[in-house]
Design a protein around this ligand. Structure first.
Ligand SMILES: *Cc1c(COP(=O)(O)O)cnc(C)c1O
Length: 396
């Protein structure tokens, strides 16, 4: 189908949840490059919103998925699943978690985390310990419970009344946090770097305070690593940068390299609150999704992807700071960690800049009217970054 036909069918038949999309449709991809229906080439610096950590058509991932599809796609969780057990083992061996549960998306993983925190308190005998403290400007998903957790009214307003018992506090504000946490708090749930909120890292002191308050009030620490996990920040998980060990953390986006999979990861003592029948899923952890997860992690380790994300993250930041210094009237701030990067502009030109970049063949994201967001594949190299910086320089 050509682009016009696709757009006209979309407008007729698809629910209008995405409004006027960027008028491009892609046919295939390789590495960090995509080609559209007219065979124009693009450099993808948004990576399918942090999903395509290994870029497109990674030969080992394609081969592993191909082989798996020919054998089995799905069997259900009535039976044991080899790749599910193996992927759980691999996540446990490489994180602070001791038990894992697989689902199909980020929101579902967070939904599981919220349920686990509540059932944990309930089974410990604390009937009125069910509140969860989250941050303003956070993003935890679009289901009703994760919307209540998400601290952004624009997502919540059409769906009130929301699930009660979520409290939102301003990030990096110690006093608000201290006032919000009490003996009713069953968990504090955070993104260490707010992604959808505009790439805002939490300060180490604030995170330390969160850990202290969790200990003081016997609350669980839930870290939403859906965007930051699986190498995005240059380490496998962002919590490693903060030298903390969450009781629960959640993964999705990059884990399947494009195949939908989410993971709820927890300490053994917490995870044991889920007993048979307390939680479940039909699709979650199926042979195809878990083969994807296993293969992605294997490639990350074998091909030194974490080291590359770390190195390229530093190089990218250096180049962006140079650009900022040469254009102080346009760029207000650059921030991020590894390959999650935000560029805050002084004026409301983010959409315009992103359109100019698109015309030059560079895909980027925006948050609000001032922030450019970059989440390139973790396999990016210096030449890609140099090309990008040149194009951005021209577009600004
Ligand atoms: C993307 C994202 C989610 C939601 O994931 P879905 O797969 O869209 O449900 C939740 N939390 C964070 C931090 C995210 O970046």
């Amino acid at each position: 189908m050509n682009l016009e036909t696709i757009i006209s069918k979309d407008k007729l038949y698809y629910m209008n949840t995405y409004g006027d999309r960027i008028p491009v449709s892609f046919s295939y991809g390789k590495g960090i490059n995509l080609w559209d229906t007219d065979d124009n080439k693009y450099y993808d610096f948004l990576g399918g919103i942090a999903v395509n950590a290994l870029g497109y058509s990674h030969p080992k991932l394609v081969k592993a998925l191909h082989t798996q599809i020919e054998k089995l796609i799905h069997t259900s969780n009535l039976y044991y699943v080899s790749s599910q057990a193996h992927l759980a083992e691999m996540l446990v061996n490489n994180s602070c978690a001791e038990k894992v549960f697989f689902c199909n998306s980020g929101a579902e993983a967070n939904e599981g985390a919220i349920k686990l925190a509540r059932i944990y308190s309930r089974k410990k005998g604390f009937e009125s310990k069910y509140e969860i403290v989250t941050l303003k400007n956070s993003f935890h998903g679009r289901t009703l419970a994760t919307l209540a957790a998400t601290g952004q009214e624009k997502y919540q307003n059409p769906y009130t009344p929301l699930l009660p018992s979520f409290k939102h506090v301003t990030m990096n504000n110690m006093q608000e946090l201290e006032e919000a946490v009490s003996d009713k708090t069953c968990a504090i749930m955070i993104e260490l770097i707010q992604g959808e909120g505009g790439v805002h890292p939490l300060s180490p002191d604030y995170v330390k305070k969160i850990v202290e308050l969790c200990e003081k009030w016997n609350a669980l620490l839930i870290v939403d690593e859906i965007q930051t996990g699986v190498g995005r920040t240059g380490k496998l998980f962002a919590y490693e940068h903060y030298d903390i060990q969450p009781d629960i953390f959640t993964l999705a986006k990059a884990l399947g390299g494009g195949v939908p999979i989410g993971a709820l990861c927890a300490k053994k003592e917490v995870a044991s609150s889920f007993e048979p029948g307390d939680h479940g899923t039909t699709f979650g952890g199926n042979p195809l999704a878990c083969t994807a997860g296993l293969t992605v992690l294997n490639i990350i380790f074998q091909e030194h992807v974490l080291e590359n994300a770390d190195k390229m993250g530093h190089y990218f930041m250096e180049q962006l700071i140079k650009l900022k210094n040469s254009k102080p009237e346009v760029i207000a701030e650059v921030r991020g960690m590894g390959l999650i990067i935000g560029i805050e502009l002084k004026n409301d030109i983010a959409k315009e800049v992103s359109n100019k970049m698109l015309n030059k063949g560079f895909l980027i994201g925006t948050v609000g009217s001032k922030i450019l967001r970059l989440l390139p594949p973790l396999i990016i190299d210096k030449d890609d970054i140099d090309l990008f910086i040149m194009a951005l320089d021209g577009s600004l």
